[in-house]
Design a protein around this ligand. Structure first.
Ligand code: ADP
Ligand code: MG
Length: 320
């Protein structure tokens, strides 16, 4: 299928191989591959973070199903999501466009309208990029840069035994919306959510400032797959209750667990501070955080159904 372009190996195996092949290169002071962003401490208790994400026609979107404006908004939102999931503020982006012949000037104008509207909302500068011809559809590649206090940085490797695992919103709407798009209904409310993900840009920074938040990442591949990254990086396990997964209206539990592109936050929080954090979050954002489980010492992810372990193997969403 168009967005499950299967190559010889999966995305994560391929990244691991690239990392292996690049072994021996200098780090030059950067904390590199493995988190939502790379980190560079710049002194004065501050750090810059860096991330890149591409949206490719036929893999991530169908040009006839998404407006240029929505595409500009989405390409930026998914990058700012990775910055905010580190707990810091996005400050600048580089925008690289590969465009096929025959695109109208109006299309690019619309794309930039969507892009700049979101950039204005979060005071993000466009500082460069690249523009090339493409022989295989539109490709948008954005590199985003964030800046913040090193003490606010939230990494995937900071989950501790006993932490509560939470998500920042209901899940699965984007995946349900993708289903509508693929069935030829690109104008449903769920398809709108799929095309206009609302990344947790303010909530990520707010959670970054809370010391009781330990590990954090954004949900791009589904909680069933993404939680494993936190567990692996932190060398811990988790028990998660399926009945506590908050499912978005119109989505199924399967969408919520394994669907991609929700761009909500997955975090672990000191158990003793959980109630206070949830109260403060709700008072600030007028919506709840959702506890779904807890971190364990055993290095495995156990899914519970009403407290009983299930053997169901849940696999997340892959673009590849
Ligand atoms: P995310 O979903 O948060 O964007 P990914 O799953 O795409 O993260 O990537 C996981 C990690 O691998 C990130 O640290 C990312 O920067 C890194 N990565 C992905 N592709 C490459 C690549 N081709 N070369 C180097 N690092 C990569
Ligand atoms: Mg991410």
């Amino acid at each position: 299928m168009f967005h499950y372009l299967c190559l010889i190996m999966g995305e994560f195996e391929l990244i691991a191989q690239i990392q292996q092949l690049a072994q021996g290169l200098p780090t030059n002071g950067f904390e590199g591959i493995g988190d939502d962003c790379a980190v560079l401490e710049i002194g004065g208790g501050e750090a810059l973070v860096f991330t890149a994400d591409a949206l490719c026609e036929g893999v991530h979107f169908l040009r006839e199903a998404i407006s240029a404006r929505a595409l500009g908004d989405k390409a930026l939102a998914v990058n700012l999501s990775d910055v905010a999931s580190m707990g810091v503020r996005p400050v600048a982006v580089l925008l690289s466009l590969s465009l096929p012949e025959g695109l109208s000037a109006g299309w690019v104008e619309e794309l930039m309208e969507g892009f700049t509207a979101l950039a204005h909302r979060y005071d993000v500068a466009l500082i460069g990029g690249d523009t090339t011809r493409s022989h295989s559809g539109v490709v948008l590649n954005i590199t985003a840069i964030g800046r913040g206090k090193t003490s606010h940085l939230k990494r995937r490797n900071a989950a501790r035994e006993g932490d509560i695992v939470l998500v920042s919103d209901r899940l699965g709407a984007s995946s349900a919306g993708l289903r509508d798009v693929l069935q030829g209904n690109p104008h449903t409310q769920l398809a709108h959510i799929h095309h206009h993900p609302i990344a947790e840009i303010s909530a990520g920074q707010w959670l970054g400032a809370r010391a009781e938040v330990h590990a954090m990442m954004d949900l791009s591949d589904g909680v069933a797959s993404d939680l494993k990254h936190i567990l692996k990086a932190s060398a811990v396990g988790a028990e998660v209750e399926m009945c506590d997964i908050p499912v978005a209206e119109g989505a199924t539990l399967h969408d919520a667990l394994t669907g991609g592109e929700d761009y909500k936050l997955l975090l672990t929080v000191d158990q003793a501070m959980r109630e206070q954090l949830m109260r403060d979050f709700e008072a600030t954002f007028h919506r709840p955080l959702y506890p779904i489980g807890h971190i364990t010492a055993a290095k495995e992810l156990v899914w519970l159904e009403k407290g009983v372990p299930t053997t169901q193997d849940l696999v997340g969403f892959r673009h590849f």
